[in-house]
Design a binder for this molecule. Structure first.
Ligand SMILES: Cc1cc2nc3c(=O)[nH]c(=O)nc-3n(C[C@H](O)[C@H](O)[C@H](O)COP(=O)(O)OP(=O)(O)OC[C@H]3O[C@@H](n4cnc5c(N)ncnc54)[C@H](O)[C@@H]3O)c2cc1C
Length: 438
C-alpha cells in the first residue's frame, strides 16, 4: 500500500508513525510545503528558541522518520489532486507528481483576518506563521509596544511570552471577557486581574476595526480607542487550510473537509485530519471547528487505523483544553454556562478550595449541570498547582451523560495525611446536587 500524507505537523506526523506501526510493508511519504517539520515550531515551548542546540534530542523528528522509513519531501506544496487517477500535483524541486493508494490530508489551518482592515499588512505578524524565531524578527526585536489581537488561548499564551521578553503588551479582545470559548466571565476575571497586575493593558469589548501603518509604527483602531504600537501580532482567525481542494467541490462553506466517523472524505481513499475538519461536540450531528493539538494527534492516528477499511470511529469531542497563564493552571471541558443555557435550564456551582494546608494554594472549580437531570455539561478549573487531571477524569462521564451524583460517588483515593484533589471534585459535585435540591 502506498500511503501519502500531506502536511508534516502534529496530525500528519501522528498519522505517519501510526501507519508505520500498523502497515510495516507499506510505503509512506510525507509532503510538507515548509522547510521543516512543523511539529517543532508548533511545540510552543520552543517557539522562541533561536539556537538549534537548545532543542532536545527527542524533537529530532527527521531522524525519527528516517528510522521509521518514512520518506519526506520538504519544500514541496501540494497544488491539486486528481482523485480518479489517485495522483497529486506538487510544486517543489524534486517531484511534481505523486500517486497514492491512500491519501491523508493533514494541511492544518491558516490565519485569516479579512474582517480587520489593514490586517494583511506585511508588518502585521501572524501567530501561526511568524512565531518561529520571533526573537530574531527585526520588527519584534525593535518593538517596545506590542499589540496582540485576540484574547483566546493563543492571545493568553503569547501575551505572557511577549511580556517575558520585555515588551509592553496591549491585548485587544472583541468579547466582554477573555477565553470566552472555554471559560465564563467570572473565571476569566481571575486571569484578567493577574494580567493587569503584571502590567498588561487589557482592552475588552474592543473589536479592532482597522490597523493603520504610519511611518515606523501602527495605529490600532477600535470604535472607542486608538493605540499606537510598534508591532502587531494577530492571535485570532484560525481557518482550515484546504484551498487546494476547492475544485473538488467537497468543502463545507467554512472551508472544512466533511468527513464521516472514520475520517473518510467523499473522495475515494482520501482521509482528512487535524485542523482541516470539524468534530462533533458532545453529541453526534453537532460539528464544531476545534483546532487543538489533541484533536490533531487523535484524528491522525485514527485515520491510520482506517486506511484498510473502517475500524475505529472517532467519538464526539468534549473540548478538553488546558494551559498555564499568568500563574494559573486553567483547564476547561464541555460547555460554558453561556453555551449550556441556550439549550436548557442549568445549575451553576462555583467551588473554592485550598490545595495545601499550610500555603492555602487556591483551587476554583465551576460545574455546569442540567437543572432537570443533573447531567454534567461542563466544568472549568483554575488552580495554583496543576490539577488538570481532575477534568481529564470527566471526559467519559460527560460523554456518557452521567449526573453530578453518579460522578460524585465513583471511587476516589483517600490517603491519610494528604488532601486528595479528587475530594474537592467530589465535594463540588455534591454541592451541585444540593443546588438542584436533590
Ligand atoms: C501559536 C499557536 C499556539 C497554539 N497553542 C495550542 C495549545 O496550547 N494547545 C492546543 O491544543 N492547541 C494549540 N494550538 C493549535 C494547534 O497548534 C493546532 O491545532 C495543531 O497544530 C493542528 O495540527 P495539524 O497537523 O492539523 O495542522 P498544522 O499544525 O497547521 O500543520 C499543517 C501542516 O501542513 C503543511 N501544509 C499546508 N498546506 C500544505 C500543502 N498544500 N502542501 C504541503 N504541506 C502543506 C503546513 O506547512 C503545516 O506544516 C496553537 C496554535 C498556534 C498557531
Amino acid at each position: 500500500m502506498k500511503i501519502v500524507i500531506v502536511g508534516a505537523s502534529l496530525s500528519g506526523l501522528a498519522a505517519a508513525v501510526k501507519s508505520r506501526q500498523l502497515y510495516p510493508e507499506s510505503s509512506i511519504t510525507i509532503i510538507e510545503k515548509s522547510s521543516q517539520l512543523a511539529a517543532v515550531p508548533m511545540a510552543l515551548e520552543w517557539l522562541f528558541k533561536s539556537n538549534e542546540g537548545e532543542v532536545p534530542s527527542y524533537f529530532d523528528l527527521l531522524e525519527q522518520l528516517k528510522t521509521l522509513q518514512v520518506d519526506y519531501f520538504l519544500n514541496h506544496e501540494v497544488q491539486s489532486i486528481d482523485p480518479a487517477q489517485k495522483r497529486l500535483s506538487l510544486r517543489g524541486a524534486q517531484v511534481s507528481q505523486l500517486s497514492y493508494d491512500c491519501l491523508i490530508v493533514a494541511t492544518g489551518s491558516t490565519q485569516k483576518s479579512h474582517y480587520i482592515k489593514g490586517g494583511h499588512h506585511p508588518g502585521v505578524l501572524l501567530c501561526k506563521d511568524d512565531m518561529v524565531r520571533l526573537e530574531e524578527n527585526p520588527l519584534f526585536v525593535r518593538a517596545k509596544e506590542v499589540a496582540l489581537i485576540g484574547g483566546g488561548q493563543l492571545g493568553l499564551r503569547l501575551s505572557e511570552k511577549c511580556q517575558s521578553l520585555g515588551k509592553h503588551v496591549h491585548l485587544f479582545e472583541a468579547g466582554e471577557h477573555l477565553d470566552f470559548k472555554h471559560c465564563d466571565a467570572d473565571m476569566a476575571a481571575l486571569l484578567e486581574t493577574s494580567m493587569v497586575e503584571s502590567g498588561l493593558n487589557l482592552y475588552l469589548s474592543h473589536r479592532v476595526q482597522k490597523i493603520e501603518k504610519c511611518h515606523d509604527h501602527f495605529l490600532i483602531l477600535t470604535k472607542s480607542a486608538k493605540r499606537s504600537v510598534d508591532v502587531v501580532l494577530m492571535c485570532a482567525g484560525l481557518r482550515p487550510n484546504t484551498h487546494f481542494l476547492e475544485d473538488q467541490h467537497i468543502l463545507a462553506n467554512d472551508g472544512t473537509i466533511p468527513v464521516n466517523a472514520f475520517l473518510e472524505t467523499k473522495l475515494p481513499q482520501v482521509f482528512a485530519v487535524g485542523d482541516t475538519i470539524k468534530l462533533d461536540f458532545l453529541q453526534e450531528n453537532d460539528p464544531r471547528y476545534l483546532p487543538l493539538i489533541n484533536t490533531a494527534i487523535r484524528t491522525g492516528e485514527i485515520a491510520a487505523y482506517n486506511l484498510n477499511g473502517p475500524r475505529i470511529a472517532i467519538e464526539p469531542s468534549v473540548k478538553l483544553v488546558s494551559g498555564y497563564y499568568y500563574g494559573w493552571f486553567r483547564t476547561a471541558i464541555g460547555m460554558t454556562s453561556d453555551e449550556a443555557e441556550l439549550f436548557q435550564e442549568i445549575a451553576v456551582i462555583t467551588y473554592k478550595g485550598s490545595l495545601t494546608h499550610d500555603r492555602g494554594e487556591e483551587l476554583r472549580m465551576k460545574l455546569i449541570v442540567s437543572r432537570e437531570t443533573g447531567q454534567l455539561l461542563g466544568a472549568q478549573l483554575l488552580s495554583a498547582m496543576d490539577c488538570s487531571y481532575l477534568l481529564q477524569c470527566l471526559v467519559q462521564p460527560i460523554r456518557l451523560g452521567m449526573t453530578d451524583l453518579e460522578i460524585a460517588f465513583q471511587d476516589f483515593l483517600m490517603t491519610v495525611g494528604q488532601t486528595n484533589p479528587f475530594y474537592h471534585l467530589h465535594k463540588a459535585l455534591l454541592m451541585s446536587a444540593s443546588a438542584r435540591e436533590v
